[in-house]
Design a protein around this ligand. Structure first.
Ligand SMILES: [Zn+2]
Length: 63
């Protein structure tokens, strides 16, 4: 069964991770960091695991 994975909105890599920022227990918006292209920002793309390779192919074609 497919599960959702986070991918980088810039390069489509799955090597994107949340940067945890907690200031005195307050919830602050997380940002996300991509190891592949060094993107960092507040958003990521969530796709089915089966769609990742298709998305990456599409991103390669458009760049
Ligand atoms: Zn990236």
């Amino acid at each position: 069964m497919a599960h959702k994975v986070r991918v980088c909105p810039r390069c489509g890599s799955t090597k994107i991770s949340a940067i945890r920022t907690s200031v005195s227990g307050w919830l602050v918006p997380s940002s996300y960091y991509c190891e592949e292209c060094h993107y960092s920002g507040p958003t990521y793309v969530e796709v089915d695991s089966e769609e990742v390779s298709r998305l990456q192919a599409a991103m390669r074609e458009s760049s």
